[in-house]
Design a protein around this ligand. Structure first.
Ligand code: UDP
Length: 328
């Protein structure tokens, strides 16, 4: 039986990975410090004897007893609001944390896949984004703590590959959505659906002309699984190229939720990328992968999940200082 460590296991993507790897017959060791993760996302796996959970911060030395075949490093805050709230932890988990997990991979002779991001391209001047593009990142802007930590993550991962011969994989994840996203993490999809469900107006930042390309979580997990099993150690974009403006996206959510509320416009956050769309040629040729779930299908499933939340969960507000970073 393969033994697989998943960090960030109680988070959105981590919890979907736990499910997938258990289904593939692995023994899964989930690790999370629960700063942004939620045990509710993985409580269904606790009765499974092939699952164990370790409450640990991977920025500190990581100890796992026994052998390991695979490590998937998915621990990190992943929304602009979180970077502002916990900037130092955001830096540490992708720098110290990645370094610790690479050391663990080396010691255990395990293959490691790290979760990088389209944010390494910053506010991109090349469109759609190809893996060869170096990016346009502001290191000292509000997103710098995330973007630069992820860029360092890629650098140290490649160094362990070339210098120590560790088997490494790097996935660059584009905007992904689905059940188990945190409702109040400030990201656009939970924000819009939460607002619609509470009967509030949908908040569009800026004029809504900025674009994103949204991938349904099951498609992403399939891509990650294929990349892990491949022999390709350069970064690979995984995302859905279907691009939409945030203004059009708000209209889709209004239709989906059948709300009678409209949109309201707020300031645009500093360094908010103007456009984002993955070029997925590499994933297509190397992994024989492309997304299968349309946005309308994925949004329907995701809406059903958010509708199933309790009244208390739906109305829980998280404090944030986001307004400080709006361009005026
Ligand atoms: N956005 C918005 N309203 C919200 C939250 C986000 O218009 O309530 C915009 C945000 O400015 C960005 C896009 O939606 O242009 C996606 O934001 P998100 O935080 O989901 O992810 P990003 O891709 O920017 O990391």
């Amino acid at each position: 039986m393969k033994r697989t460590l998943i960090t960030g296991a109680a988070g959105f993507l981590g919890s979907h990975l736990v499910k997938r790897f258990l289904k593939e017959g692995h023994h899964v060791i989930g690790m999370d410090n629960l700063i942004t993760g939620n045990l509710k996302n993985i409580e269904e796996f606790f009765p499974n004897p092939n699952f164990e959970f370790h409450h640990h911060d991977v920025s500190k030395y990581v100890h796992v007893a026994g052998e390991l075949d695979y490590i998937l490093h998915f621990a990190s805050p992943a929304s602009p609001i979180d970077y502002l709230k916990i900037p130092i932890q955001t830096l540490k988990v992708s720098s110290y944390g990645t370094h610790n997990l690479l050391g663990l991979a080396k010691a255990k002779k395990a293959r490691i896949l790290v979760a990088s991001t389209s944010e390494v391209y910053g506010d991109p001047e090349v469109h759609p984004q190809v893996e060869e593009y170096y990016g346009n990142v502001n290191p000292v802007g509000p997103r710098g703590v995330y973007d630069e930590a992820k860029r360092y993550m890629e650098a140290v991962t490649m160094a362990y590959n070339t210098f120590h011969g560790v088997e490494t994989r790097i996935v660059r994840i584009f905007n992904t959505y689905g059940p188990k996203m945190r409702l109040n993490d400030g990201r656009v999809l939970p924000a819009f659906i939460g607002q619609a469900l509470r009967g509030e107006e949908l908040t569009i930042f800026g004029d809504g002309s900025q674009t994103r390309s949204f991938c349904y979580v099951d498609d992403l997990i399939e891509g990650i699984y294929r990349l892990l099993l491949s022999d390709y150690s350069e970064p690979v974009n995984i995302g859905n190229p279907s691009e939409i403006t945030i203004g059009e996206f708000a209209e889709e959510i209004i239709q989906l939720t059948n709300t009678d509320k409209k949109v309201t416009y707020k300031g645009l956050p500093v360094n908010d990328p103007k456009q984002r769309q993955p070029n997925i040629s590499k994933a297509k040729t190397i992994l024989n992968w492309e997304p299968k779930v349309s946005r309308s299908e994925g949004l329907r499933i995701t809406y059903d999940y958010f509708k199933s939340l309790t009244h208390e969960e739906l109305n829980k507000k998280e404090h944030n200082d986001f307004d400080k970073y709006i361009i005026r």
